[in-house]
Design a protein around this ligand. Sequence first.
Ligand SMILES: *Cc1c(COP(=O)(O)O)cnc(C)c1O
Length: 398
Amino acid sequence: MDKIALFGGKPVREKKIFYGHQLIEDDDIRAVSDVLKSDYLTCGPKIDELEQKLCEITGAKYAVVVSNGTAALHVACMAVGVTAGDEVITTPITFAASANCAAYCGAKPVFADINPETYNIDPAKIKEKINARTKAVVAVDFTGQAVEADDIAEICHDNGLIFIEDAAHSIGTKYKGRSVGTLADITTFSFHPVKTVTSGEGGAVLTNDYELYKKIVLASHHGITHEVEEMRDKNPEGPWYYEEIALGYNYRMTDFQAALLLSQLKKLDRFSKRRKEIVDRYNKAFEEIPEIFVQKEIPESDTTRHLYIIQLVLDKLSCSRREFFDAMAAENVQCQVHYVPVYWFPYYEDMGYKKGLCPEAEKMYRSVMSIPLYPAMTDQEVDDVIKAVKKLIEYYRK
Ligand SMILES: *Cc1c(COP(=O)(O)O)cnc(C)c1O
């Protein structure tokens, strides 16, 4: 397959480079091994420390860390009371979990189309999808760029909906000077290794609302309480006694994962800065190429970018997206595509969702690819990626 489109006989890069990669350093490893030698592998002090740190970084009042970003979305929906018969509006251009979280609760995910320039969910399209059954909006800061949070908050407020921000891509991003984590009623993070900071697997749920916070804690900790005032039996038999007062899950993170994330969070500013530098370098290189459309940046968002996407203007090129993608791989630049519209998947198709539902999302999906972006990339590597893109544009230009 590598022969498909290796122009000029020699790849731009000798060694394959991937679209994303975690950066784990010696101090991260030490932080984990220290916990492994301690008394607590789970339910220990690193969890509290991490929750406090997330509040400190974002300005949110409450944070609950959980086992992954999908669990975070699930307990967010549970806390809001999403249930059978409800509808939850989200974007089709996201990882499936942003929609699945509604389905976990028996509710129906409803897809609102994207803005074709920013790729984020279009607030006007959210409005069109609201009806009496709508309970919440799950808006995704796609690639790390904040959604139009004030507009979405206003729409939610006016219609009695809860605004959940899926910030799996956007830790470190600010919107109108405010950190992601404080913009919506509930914000969720993912700390999967491709994301900006990692705990291996991990997630968090943030809110400023005490009532929601209590429900998030219950939902992610078996629905069990140890607080007498929350129990039905106000005279517990002894200190061992606890009560399950709601149905919940075990969505705990371990302490050694928390230690890894605490160590990574110390580097968030550094990672963020490097990602911004790379994005700038790419933007400058691609802005004058008419065959490439680059995601529009809104001035309200000071973005810590998770993904860098190039959108091919296919009618100006003699290749398909697939050919360009394979040719990049032949140059040893392994790209990825984010994302297949969620409702295209068989699970959703079987529930009656049809192609054509969100035309902007589908059009975007058909012509994009994500090129490498991660903090450990050297300038040379960034330049190689640019060189590969330019080389292929030259070959395929009509
Ligand atoms: C990664 C991701 C998730 C899920 O996070 P996990 O930690 O992998 O469960 C949810 N939403 C979006 C947009 C993501 O990118």
